[in-house]
Design a protein around this ligand. Structure first.
Ligand code: ADP
Ligand code: MG
Length: 695
């Protein structure tokens, strides 16, 4: 039954509506000042908020609270504390005070910290991010928080994100001031399109690879892949449709504005997109969305796969990060209607172009993960090279500006900077190129490289920080200028001239682009092991330090975590393959061969005239594939051992990439060859066809 959306929307959220209704008006006013202007929260105010929040949460069925945070693992963490407080007389009361609301002290020692622990205490603390509403989930009041070490070093993904938003706000306000606009805050906005796969639970449960690694490590190609392209926007299977409806309802109850849902390109691949929001809220919501996607699937006998590449040979999943900047509700990447608005648009656009060109390596590193390595450049997702698509219309304008030429659009409208008005860039004009990793789509940029399982905080932290840095440079220059408009036009021209190499409107999937990109001097960091070290270059550390987003120590610790994580993930994948091959696949092939051989022997015993040609062929093929599988097992075993013997973390990661990954691929090829010949009743894993084409 379709729920009444208006009734359920935000039901479990301690949102502004609830605050206004329940908080004393003075408390509400101070909290609102904190929310809007980032003013510190007074403890007296926090006490009142906590008490009201507790009462509300209990009405929603909560018995516990948790500081909900985002450690470097990429997922969210929570430690539940009961409100319950026993009294001397044997009864109990429910307690929750302002101190507990604003600060928590989880033991930080079991979270990845990339060596930060060596320099500080193991203890950490969480601090409330009041700009992201608290909510009740599964009987627990969840308080969105940032997570730091006792020395104040960020141990999570939210802290640098908030710092980057604040850096961008400061610099963007300076620019707006030059346009005569007194704005005290500029926000960045994000709309995260989330792709995912749904498979049947009974299939999932028989596959150790899916259970342990989230992706299939074996599986011959099905007779039918995605070549007919019939799944994209196709009719939803009833079981999927019910799932999506249930998911929407759960998300709406949590105040997550889920808006669009449809089938994606690959069979059993789908997408959900919410309406955009301020970045930290959008990121929190995306993390919650992923959690709910998994939870709701179970109720429907399904499992939601968020890995970037769950199936070889069909498209992987990404998370498109739609991004813009907004001041008092006005989108700063909207070209506007007047010459002055155009100029303002151009300066912000130029800052983004320069930022993406200067920090392409960092942006690439921010989306690096072993899972995403299977996707980027795999002829389905944007390549590992960062470039920007601006569409033909805007490209022509930018060209004209940078070359000091006159611009005439097809409608012969003349562009003379600061005098005439730029044409509006229609969405259907700008959204056509799906092969670009960073596309301008009319009034926002769409960063298409993030992987489906990632926390978008990293990508947005880099984006915000890099844009903040360029805006700072612009503001420094323009504040000193005698003739603002002239200086502004010159600056836009210079930026476009110096950074035009990053703009590419062609086919990002083509081989020619790789060659051309190299000529242009663009980075092509193909794997996590290539990309992550970029974080530690002096240019990039300087960026983070100058903008107050991450210290050198924090950057180094994050780099360590990524590199170590890479080796760990590949280790788990390799070990899973070895176990499956040894315990399931080779025994299955052997059992089938034994039965086929017995059948052939039985036939021969009846009459020597009976042909055993088919049995012989099967035995020959399967025996060869099984032998090869067995050799590949030994080779993979040796590769893992050799990688594990590396002590330096980068060398270890490289060994996994260069030795273990190819050995895994080889084992898979041989196992898949065996699967094709082996009897279906014998092969222990559900086939790709069975998993992808359920009804
Ligand atoms: P598609 O890219 O699939 O054609 P849309 O362009 O309509 O879809 O929207 C994609 C996402 O971009 C949605 O989540 C939408 O809310 C978001 N979006 C729209 N405007 C902005 C903006 N100014 N800032 C950030 N995200 C935005
Ligand atoms: Mg899109």
């Amino acid at each position: 039954m379709a729920a009444n959306v208006m009734e359920i929307y935000g039901k479990y959220v301690f949102n502004e509506h609830v605050m206004k209704e329940r908080l004393p008006s003075a408390t509400y006013k101070s909290l609102k000042a904190t929310l809007e202007k980032g003013q510190p929260l007074d403890i007296e105010v926090a006490n009142v908020v906590a008490s009201v929040m507790k009462r509300w949460a209990m009405e929603m069925g909560a018995t516990h609270y948790t500081h909900w945070f985002q450690p470097l693992t990429g997922i969210t963490s929570e430690k539940h504390d009961g409100f319950v407080s026993p009294m001397k007389d044997g009864t109990a009361i429910m307690e929750f005070n302002g101190k507990e609301l604003v600060k928590g002290e989880p033991d930080a020692s079991s979270f990845p910290n990339g060596g930060l622990r060596a320099t500080c205490e193991a203890r950490g603390y969480t601090a409330w991010d009041p700009t992201s509403y608290a909510f009740v989930k599964d009987g627990v009041l969840c308080i969105p928080t940032a997570f730091c070490s006792y020395n104040g070093e960020a141990l999570d993904k939210k802290t640098p994100l908030l710092r980057s938003m604040s850096a961008l706000s400061t610099q963007a306000c300076r620019i707006l001031k030059l346009f005569g606009k007194e704005v005290d805050h500029v926000s960045t906005t994000v709309g995260a399109e989330q792709e995912y796969f749904l498979v049947r639970k009974e299939d999932y449960e028989t596959r150790q690879d899916l259970i342990l690694t989230g992706r299939t490590l074996f599986g011959a190609m099905p007779a039918k892949g995605q070549e007919l392209e019939e799944h994209y926007f196709g009719t939803l299977r009833p079981i999927v449709s019910e799932y999506m409806e249930d998911l929407d309802n759960q998300l709406w109850e949590l105040g997550i504005p889920a808006k669009t849902k449809h089938n994606e390109v690959a069979p059993c691949q789908h997408e959900l997109a919410p309406i955009f929001d301020t970045t930290n809220i959008a990121v929190d919501h995306n993390l919650l969305t992923m959690e709910m996607m998994k939870k709701v699937a179970e109720k429907h006998g399904l499992v939601c796969l968020l890995a970037e590449k769950p199936f070889e040979g069909v498209n992987g999943s990404g998370k498109h990060n739609n991004w813009s900047m907004t001041a008092n509700g006005v989108n700063l990447l909207d070209p506007g209607d007047t010459p002055m608005e155009n100029l303002q648009f151009l300066i912000f656009l130029a800052a983004v172009i320069k930022a993406v060109d200067q920090y392409q390596d960092l942006l690439r590193a921010a989306v690096a993960s072993p899972g995403n390595d299977h996707r980027l450049g795999a002829n389905e997702a944007p390549p590992a090279i960062i470039s920007m698509f601006v569409g033909d219309d805007l490209a022509a304008v930018l060209d004209a500006i940078s070359n000091d030429a006159e611009y005439a659009d097809p409608g012969r409208q003349r562009i003379d900077l600061g005098v005439d008005v730029l044409p509006k860039f229609k969405k259907d004009n700008t959204d056509r190129n799906r092969t670009s990793p960073f596309a301008f789509t009319g009034n926002k940029f769409e960063f298409r490289m993030p992987g489906s399982s990632m926390n978008l905080a990293d990508a947005n932290t880099v984006l915000n920080t890099a844009v903040a840095k360029e805006l700072k440079g612009y503001a420094d220059e323009l504040e000193r200028a005698d003739d603002f408009e002239k200086a502004l036009v010159a600056l836009v021209k210079r930026t476009l001239h110096d950074h035009k190499r990053i703009i590419f409107n062609g086919n990002g999937y083509s081989d020619e682009w790789e060659v051309e990109a190299e000529k242009r001097g663009l980075f092509n960091l193909k794997t996590t092991v290539d990309a992550a070290p970029a974080m530690t270059s002096e240019k990039n550390i300087a960026l983070f330090e100058e903008m107050g987003v991450l210290s050198r120590v924090e950057v180094m610790s994050r780099y360590e975590v990524i590199i170590e994580h890479y080796a760990k993930v590949l280790h788990i994948e390799a070990m899973t393959m070895l176990e499956m091959a040894n315990k399931q696949l080779i025994p299955a092939a052997t059992a089938y061969m034994s039965d086929v051989a017995s059948a052939a022997a039985a036939k021969m015993a009846v009459s020597e005239k009976l042909s055993c040609k088919a049995e012989n062929k099967v035995l020959e093929k399967l025996s060869a594939a099984t032998d090869a599988m067995s050799d590949a097992v030994d080779a993979l075993d040796a590769a893992v051992e050799s990688a594990e013997s590396e002590t330096d973390s980068l060398e270890k990661a490289k060994a996994y990439r260069d030795k273990v990954l190819p050995a895994m691929a080889d084992l898979r090829t041989n196992a898949d060859a065996a699967e094709v010949v082996c009897g279906e009743d014998y092969w222990p894993l559900p086939s790709y066809s069975k998993m992808l084409y359920y009804v």
